[in-house]
Design a protein around this ligand. Structure first.
Ligand code: PDD
Length: 293
């Protein structure tokens, strides 16, 4: 059976799943997206992903005429049609298809144009992420030269793409994006964390990072377990002097960062706080979805 995708209400073979060449997502990056983890055929943290999608659509004034209920049904329908138990689902909403013009198409103030909603699924090996807890991963640093509203999850990801490629070229897993003053914002597609003297530190939300769903979940789990979490900016120098470091995202729920720019973090191996947080994270995954490696 060919892999199936969703395009504006239809499920069809991936090879036939296309949008018009004048989709504004293609021409302007005028689109938002979500990536969700599916384990045991259940979508992890679906409500927070839905809420973030709605917020991002509202920020950009994209009028998606599908309520959460039907959207959930369509996402589940696509997952079931593909028959994947463990996968990721990618959901993208562009402003729509229109003659190329920077300003929104249609007559103000409504700017009516039908958004394009597409979804794809990909098999995903989450057990690999649990194995990586033993080895840890390396990151490099890159300047954060993204636009000023990276809290909106848009498909305008060129700076992230270039940073990730630089990491790949350096045989690293991720690039941490460093702003003026040496502040570590986040990774190209993950949130960044350090641990110092038992305190777990990550950049605060606002406009300078993407408010990660995995980030939010980890903060809640850590605090419920009486661990101390500080949402404050930290510098690259602090990261290099940290006891432990790690990253979080939908596709990497938690991974220890054992090297930054080739320098060991702490002992250069997975530390006790990251191990504890990984236990909390994967227990929460099991609680929500029933999935265990
Ligand atoms: N990336 N920061 C950035 C820049 C991201 O692109 C992502 C997610 C995150 C983590 O967010 P979350 O915990 O909600 O996955 C942080 C997704 C997975 C992607 O673009 O594929």
């Amino acid at each position: 059976m060919p892999q199936l995708a969703y395009v504006n209400g239809r499920i069809l073979p991936l090879a036939d799943a296309t949008l018009h060449i004048e989709d504004r997502g293609t021409q302007f990056g005028d689109a938002v997206y979500e990536v969700c983890a599916v384990m045991n055929r259940r979508i992890l943290d679906w409500q927070p992903h839905c809420a973030r999608l709605r917020r991002n659509l509202a920020e950009l004034g994209i009028m998606l005429d599908i309520a959460d209920g039907p959207l959930t049904l369509q996402a589940r329908r696509l997952i079931a049609a593909n028959g994947f138990a463990e996968c990721i689902i990618y959901i993208q909403v562009s402003r729509g298809t229109a003659k190329r013009d920077h300003a929104f198409p249609g007559a103000a103030p409504a700017n009516l144009v039908m958004p394009n909603l597409v979804m794809t699924v990909r098999r995903f090996d989450f057990a690999q992420r649990i194995r990586q807890l033993e080895t840890g991963i390396s990151v490099i640093t890159q300047p954060d030269n993204r636009w000023g509203r990276v809290d909106i999850k848009t498909t305008g990801l060129l700076a992230n793409v270039l940073a990730k490629q630089a990491a790949k070229d350096a045989s690293a897993f991720e690039a941490w994006l460093v702003a003026d003053g040496g502040i570590v914002r986040e990774g190209s597609s993950t949130n960044a964390w350090i641990v110092k003297d038992g305190r777990i530190i990550t950049h605060p939300t606002g406009t300078a990072i993407l408010p990660g769903i995995a980030r939010d979940s980890l903060i809640r789990l850590a605090r419920a377990a009486q661990l101390q979490v500080e949402e404050r900016p930290f510098t690259l120098a602090e990261a290099l002097a940290a006891d432990e470091a790690f990253l979080t995202s939908t596709t990497s729920p938690i991974l220890p960062v054992v090297r930054i720019d080739g320098q060991k973090v702490g002992s250069g191996t997975t530390g006790p706080v990251v191990r504890r947080l990984a236990e909390l994270t994967w227990n929460e995954v099991a609680r929500q979805t029933g999935w265990r490696a």
